[in-house]
Design a protein around this ligand. Structure first.
Ligand code: ARG
Length: 460
């Protein structure tokens, strides 16, 4: 049986089965395969350039690494769980291809700087995938918005119908949230973008390495400045998980609305069949499982954030094996959020809105009461507080008569103030109410149309 190249001579006994089990991370960090080979290739180029190893040996190593990469792409690689992680596996594979020269690759580096370098490269690459999936969701939301600047729906506060808004305006709220997430991702990557390679185990190295060269070749902006911090820092993973958690929470809020809207009580949307399930016993049911699972995924992601923070709390400098868990948490968060983004984008691309029901919900509520009060202020010059009182009385009356505001007669309204004129009916219609909200960032169609142009330019 092959022995792990990292097995120390002081250790007279092979690791116990239990230690092997708890120590092994290959099932998780196999996802760093390409990054590990890339970082090793760049490290080797630097070792050649600085003459730490000969050109001949270096070329053999680079060729060997390239062969491994080709094998990986063809799915020809068999990983060995004997070698606890991806770094030991790649080293062992290299050894099997080029023999003992493989051992020269580890000159001037340690697994501690190696793992954090690979991990940062992985996050950088995958942050772009997340960014792109967020963009696709924004695109689906903007598509709905474009068609619905005049589609009236109830706007809520406290989940009570508050004021009419447009479906477009509501969707664009999510576009903004998602835009902030994209900006957070880019902030996180800016801070992450320093290369830890060359920090060694924790103290740096006595070999004349060129850290600027490896940083540049790996696409980092510069090398990290403190070798101890370099191997113990996982702030970038915390930030990445945080940004994804917040994205997950936003997805969950959207999912929650879809779940509510698809319930018979709201009946605002018709879910796509392909994203719903039936009940095994109640034939009439159409359940919003897709959205519910996105909502559930958010809780795993929040737990991962909590988990990585607790992992770091109280951990002395610099590297401790606890840090190995960072990847499990990060990958799980990434998988959950990526899936959530994809499911919600598909949902938003296929969902159908029951516009009539949404309008009816506004009409049946007293959602234009504020407009009535505002009219009393503007036309009859009441102080707002007084107008508010009068409107309250009108709403109370309308309610007792089971009437909507716009269904009241002028006579009835004049019981509350003689000077109320026919003109008031203009502001009582939901569409006009919405049109009147033309303050910057408001829900008037003319304003929302401008916002759509703005978000298309900014995000798509
Ligand atoms: N698999 C390890 C990890 O993910 C790699 C670093 C191991 N370093 C060490 N000193 N044992 O953290």
């Amino acid at each position: 049986m092959k022995k792990s190249p990292a097995r120390n001579m002081l250790l007279k006994k092979a690791p116990s089965k239990l230690l092997e089990r708890i120590n092994s991370s290959i099932d998780v960090d196999v996802r760093l395969f390409q990054e590990d080979i890339e970082a090793s290739r760049v490290h080797c180029k630097m070792l050649i350039k600085t003459k730490i190893i000969s050109l001949k040996d270096g070329k053999k190593i680079i060729n060997g690494l390239q062969q491994i990469l080709r094998d990986v792409k063809k799915d020809k690689i068999k990983l060995d769980s004997k070698f606890e992680d991806i770094h030991m596996n790649v080293e062992a594979l290299l050894h099997s291809k080029i023999g003992p020269i493989a051992g020269k690759l580890h000159t001037g580096r340690s697994r501690n700087d190696q793992v954090v370098t690979d991990f940062k490269l992985w996050i950088k690459k995958h942050s772009q995938i997340i960014d792109d999936e967020i963009r696709k969701l924004q695109k689906a939301l903007i598509k709905i918005a474009k068609r619905n600047t005049s589609t009236v729906m109830p706007g809520y506060t406290h989940l009570q119908i508050a004021q009419p808004v447009s479906l477009a305006h509501h969707c664009l709220a999510y576009v903004e949230m998602m835009g902030r997430n994209r900006s957070r991702i880019s902030d996180c990557i800016k801070r992450l973008n320093e290369s830890p390679l060359g920090a060694g185990a924790l103290a740096g190295t006595s070999f004349p390495i060129d850290r600027k060269m490896t940083a540049r070749l790996l696409g980092f902006s510069k090398p990290t400045i403190n070798s101890i911090d370099s191997v113990s820092d996982r702030d970038f993973a915390v930030e990445f998980i945080f940004v994804l958690s917040l994205t997950g929470i936003h997805l969950s809020r959207l999912a929650e609305e879809i779940i509510l809207w698809s319930s018979q009580h709201f009946n605002f949307v018709k879910l796509p069949d392909e994203l719903s399930t039936g009940s095994s016993i109640m034939p009439q049911k159409k359940n919003p499982d897709g959205a519910e699972l996105v909502r559930a995924n958010a809780s795993s992601v929040i737990s991962n954030l909590n988990n990585i923070l607790s992992l770091l709390k109280g951990l002395p400098l610099s590297y401790s094996k606890d840090l190995q868990d960072d990847k499990r948490l990060t990958f799980n968060t990434y998988d959950n959020v990526l899936l959530g983004l994809q499911v919600m984008a598909e949902l938003m691309n296929k969902i159908k809105f029951n516009k009539k029901t949404m309008l009816q919900a506004v009409e049946e509520s007293y959602a234009t009461s504020t407009d009535l009060a505002d009219w009393l202020v503007k036309k009859l010059h009441y102080p707002f507080r007084e107008a508010y009182q009068i409107t309250g009385k009108i709403v109370d009356y309308a309610n007792s008569k089971n009437k909507s505001l716009s269904n009241m007669s002028l006579k009835e309204l004049q019981k509350f103030d003689n000077n109320i004129s026919n003109d008031i009916f203009r502001v009582l219609s939901p569409l006009n109410s919405m049109k009147s909200k033309n303050s910057f960032g408001g829900s008037a169609p003319e304003i929302v149309k401008k916002s759509i142009q703005y978000v298309i330019k900014k995000y798509l």
